[in-house]
Every structure is written in structure tokens, then in C-alpha cells.
Design a binder for this molecule. Sequence first.
Ligand SMILES: *Cc1c(COP(=O)(O)O)cnc(C)c1O
Length: 398
Amino acid sequence: MTQVNEKIIPYGRQHITDDDIAAVVKSLRSDYLTQGPEIARFEHNFAAYVDAPFALSVANGTAALHLSVLALGLQPGQKVITTTITFSATANAVRYAGADVHFVDIAPATNLIDIAAIRQLLADSPKGTYAGIISVDFAGRAVNLQELRLLADAYDMWIISDSCHAPGAYFIDEQGREQLCGNGRFADLTVFSFHPVKHIASGEGGMVTTRHAHLYQQLSKLRTHGITRAADDFLNSVALAGGGEDYPAWYMEMQELGFNYRLTDLQAALGNSQLQCAAQGLVRRRALAAVYTAAFTGKDYVYNLSGDVGGHAYHLYVLEVKDRLGLYNYLRRHHVFAQVHYFPVHLMPYYQAQGWREGDLPQAEAYYKNCLSLPLFPTLSDSDQERVIQLIESYYVK
Ligand SMILES: *Cc1c(COP(=O)(O)O)cnc(C)c1O
């Protein structure tokens, strides 16, 4: 039974408005294609959006992770803790620095990294075994970073929060306050992505936020080849630089091995324009999630669902269901393209070659067998969402 007239409903989709297009065209007509005024505006506005003291834009979320581990001084042979239910890039950044990834299982109640399991791991290991933790606000649900920070401090570790799913998400701290992802109070560095499937699209793009001025300086240097233009920091003498009284105006210094991980002004113009609609998009995502939660709570074919969680940014709405493959194929036949997030990273052939095996992380592996991400994006209409819900019910209630 193929219904060719039904339009396709993807699991996620960007929404480009006329204002977005006008912003990019305006940037194209300006004097700058890269490193123009839109970059600084985007950084400033994004910092305000997540309540962070500093924000540095980069080429993509993966570059944000890479620069973050380098800025924190991650060395070859060191070990970093992260979750296996994430996009591979989270773990890969550790490998870029020549360090090793230690995956920890998820807590089934949240599908986030199991902080109790990290506590146990640290208690069972000699102090200094792990350099840091990269937590992931999977699906848009914020990790309790206050709890994680206590643990990290006790073992002298840094924290990077991979909040690519979670701009605008927050957790409630012990004092009952909302702590926005990326505000820098608990994580040393927080990374975001502006890939079109994420909340805010800039084409490719990423951001790192922090409260630490020295990390911000280090990230900016590494973003541009390890070059600095700050005369106070120069290592070579004025004479070698070819100056007289002082360093000549043209002089700059490459002090360490960095990269070209800059965002362009065009992308920043798009990101900035998208940012204007981000809060509104978040409200819509939360409303759509509430409808899914109401529809699927208590159904006998549902083992677990994303649910109604305060502060959740709902990048994804995940159902854990019986007969996931059957449902997935049935939805596809009806042009509803649900998706699976994620195949556990530790079972990717690359990480199996590092020694990881099936059975190592049972909660994550069990989650993977049943999980399905339903269509969820701000422009998903009520009637399209209703169609998705009806289809799922009709698959199980025959
Ligand atoms: C998208 C994503 C990344 C990588 O971002 P890119 O901008 O695609 O490089 C990293 N971590 C998570 C959890 C992501 O979802």
C-alpha cells in the first residue's frame, strides 16, 4: 500500500525565512565575506542568548569540540570520559588530540551519561586517570552540571559540555535556579553546532562559550593558525620583528600549531538572523513535544519516551518502542521519515578497533534497540503531527 500523494515528513528540517535571506544578501553586498561585523554581532547575541560571558564562533560544532580539548591542554595518551549515545564527533575530538576515549553507560531514566557510573569509575581508578569529561545534552535534555562539577573538582578534571542539541535548554540546580546550557557556571567550555538540523542554522557553523577569559583567548588563537596580534604577548624581539621603538603594525606571531576554523561573515549573518527566531522555535518544539507525550504516555507498545521535562530543548523527541524496525519501515512507507539517534559510538568499527565490544555498555545498547526519533521541528504543522501520531497508533492497534 503506497500512498504516493502523501508529502514527506522528515524528522528535522531547517526553516529559512525571507528575513534570513535578506540578511545573507546584505552581508554579500558588504565589504566583508569573512571576519566582518556579523561575526562579532553573532558572538555577542549568542552569548546573550545562553547567558555566557564569552562566545567564540567557529567553522562547525566538530571544530568547536576540537579547539575545546586543545584549549584545555588535552595531551596524547590522556583519557577522557564521555557518553556513547551521541554523534561520533563528541568522541572523535578526543582522538584528534591523540587521547583515549572512555565511554560510560547511560542512565535509562534520562538517556544521559550516568553520573553515578562516573562516580563509581573515578572511585575505582587512581587519581589522575582521567583528564576530563565531555557530557552531552542528548536530545536537548540538559545534564545536571552542578552534580558533575562537584565530581570533576574532586578529581581535578575539566568539563566540556556538548550542547549541540540544547541551545535554550536548562537544568534546575540545587537552589532551584534555572541554569542555561552554555552559561559557563559549571562547564569550562560549552559547544554548539549550527548545522541545519540543529535549532539554529548557519549552513555549517559552531560556537564555544565560556566564563574563562584565558580559555577564550586561547580558543581565538587556535581558531586562526595559532597566530596572535597582541603585542603584549609577542615572544620575538622588536628588533627581529623589524621594528624601531616598537613592533611594526604589520607584525603578528604564530606561537603554536592552530587551524583555520573561522566562520564566515555570510554564515554569521544567517546565524544571527536565525537566532532572532530561536526562542520562538523553542516554544514550538516544547508544544509539539507535549502533544507527543500526551499521545504516547501509557501506551503498551511504548517502553519509554522523552516526556515532559522542564528545560528540555527537544532537538529530538525519542520514543522507545516495541518492534522499532517494523514501525520505522511502516512510517517510511507512509512518507514519514523518523530517524534513529544514535547507534552507540563505542560499537562503531573505529572504536571497536580501540577495544570496545558489544556488551560493554548494556543500558546504551538496550536503548539503541528500541529508540526512534519522531518528526520534530518548529514548522511541523499540527495536522502533520497528528498524521504521525495516527500512523503510529494504527501500526500497533490493528
Ligand atoms: C551535530 C553535533 C556535533 C557536530 O556538529 P557539526 O556542526 O555537524 O560539526 C557534535 N555533537 C553533537 C551531539 C551533535 O549533534
